[in-house]
Design a protein around this ligand. Structure first.
Ligand code: SF4
Length: 420
């Protein structure tokens, strides 16, 4: 008898992408398929970070049911915890499985009738993923959940409090991947920098151990909170395996906004930290939420003046979107949509210029991991997490290259590598 085909659809962050890999690696009696129209089962690994994210998942499920009405749709991921009951009741999904049930997916997919297996929010995965489909960089999930309570964020209530994965398992997983040719590792989780606090360890100690594994060339850390960059972490800044780029989530540069957001960082310390890291040769990215309730013209202008002062090179700017059940959702006054959009544009444009200025200063001696390519054009990132396109007549997919000097273009760096 042929195996039933399973298609995975992933929404949201890297943690979700990782969770999908965990589920894929646990399928025994099913076959992976690449087209949802042909699947017998579609697992939707959903995101619920904003009301908009919920709507995207709902649209996908509705469209899928029209395209492939016979498929059994299973809701997994964060949305299972916030919207699972409702979607099951409405008959939109066949089954709902919570985060802690991922590793039991093979058994769960055999259920002869609809199910709701939400599990708990204390579980820590123990799956070692040995291969990543079609990627040259490996994402390693090192922890789950968050102890912070930022007012706009629903994550702690759908992923639970911070729990670190077992160090021996993380190291085993990286050893396996490094032996399979992966050289760059990106540590991810809900609040990566909190790693180790529940196990008498720390992110810095974990980084040191990972760096000792043969084959590990470069380590990136998904996102850190400013307060997590402590003296122990700073000792690692000159290590050759540290990517010269840190992503530090500020979320805002106005203290009034940081207070409303219930953040633990404040601008004066953030600025000191960023200046110190920039002096040590780091490119610096941040997350920034634009248009959170209470962001009046005065707060915005101050925020932009401070953006000017900060040595920033990258930004993930998010336009605030309310999430039911969070304190921010009932705060006022709100920011009009068109104004939030204009602010988003202003911020991203300013950071684009700052990134260009940074690349003009840092376009020599680049170590690049090329990821994908076609027609002799390969894309990858340098140590500063700047994108580069390399032209070559050799096959350079998933290859490390050294670029003595790149051309700096508006959107990206470029270089040519030719045979001998
Ligand atoms: S640090 Fe704040 S924004 Fe990030 S997951 Fe935790 S509560 Fe949410």
């Amino acid at each position: 008898m042929s195996k039933e085909k399973v298609f995975f659809k992933t929404f949201g962050c890297r943690t979700n992408q990782f969770d999908t890999q965990v589920m894929m690696s646990r399928l025994e009696d099913f076959e992976l398929c690449r087209d949802e129209a042909e699947a017998d089962v579609v697992v939707v690994n959903s995101c619920t970070v904003t009301n908009g994210a919920d709507a995207t998942v709902r649209h996908y499920i509705n469209a899928l049911r029209r395209r492939n009405p016979a498929a059994r749709v299973i809701l997994a991921g964060c949305g299972a915890h916030s919207k699972g009951e409702e979607l099951l009741r409405q008959g939109k999904v066949y089954g709902v499985m919570g985060h802690s049930e991922k590793e039991r997916i093979n058994e769960i997919l055999h259920r002869p009738e609809g199910f709701y297996e939400i599990g708990d929010l204390e579980h820590v995965d123990s799956t070692v993923v040995g291969e990543f489909v079609g990627k040259s960089r490996a994402f390693i999930k090192i922890q789950e959940g968050c102890d912070f309570r930022c007012s706009y964020c629903i994550i702690p209530s759908v992923r639970g409090n911070a729990r670190s994965h077992d160090e021996a398992q993380i190291l085993e997983q990286i050893r396996l991947l490094a032996a399979n040719g992966f050289g760059e590792f990106i540590l991810t989780g809900t609040n990566v920098g909190s790693y180790g606090r529940d196990r008498g360890s720390s992110i810095a100690r974990l980084l040191k151990r990972i760096s000792q594994i043969r084959g590990v060339r470069r380590i990136r850390i998904g996102s850190l909170e400013p307060i997590q960059i402590d003296a122990e972490f700073k000792e690692l800044l000159d290590e050759p395996w540290m990517a010269r780029h840190l992503h530090i989530a500020l979320q805002h540069t106005s203290d009034r906004m940081l207070e409303l957001m219930n953040r633990r960082n404040r601008y004066a310390e953030d600025r000191k930290l960023f200046e110190e890291l920039a002096e040590r040769g780091y490119a610096l990215g941040t997350d920034f939420i634009v248009g959170h309730p209470g962001e009046g013209e005065a707060e915005w202008r101050q925020a932009m003046e401070r953006i000017e002062e900060l040595p920033l090179t990258h930004v993930h700017a998010f336009t605030y979107s309310p999430r039911e059940g969070t304190p921010s959702a009932s705060m006022g006054p709100g920011v009009r949509g068109d104004m939030a959009k204009a602010r988003h544009r202003e911020l991203t444009e300013r950071i684009r210029q700052k990134n260009l200025a940074f690349r003009r200063e840092h376009h020599r001696d680049l170590t690049v991991l090329l990821e994908s390519g076609e027609d002799g054009r390969y894309r990858g990132y340098d140590q500063y997490y700047n994108r580069i396109v390399v032209r070559s007549d050799q096959d350079l997919e998933a290859t490390w290259v050294y670029i003595a000097e790149a051309e700096v273009h508006k959107e990206e760096n470029r270089a040519t590598l030719s045979l001998g």
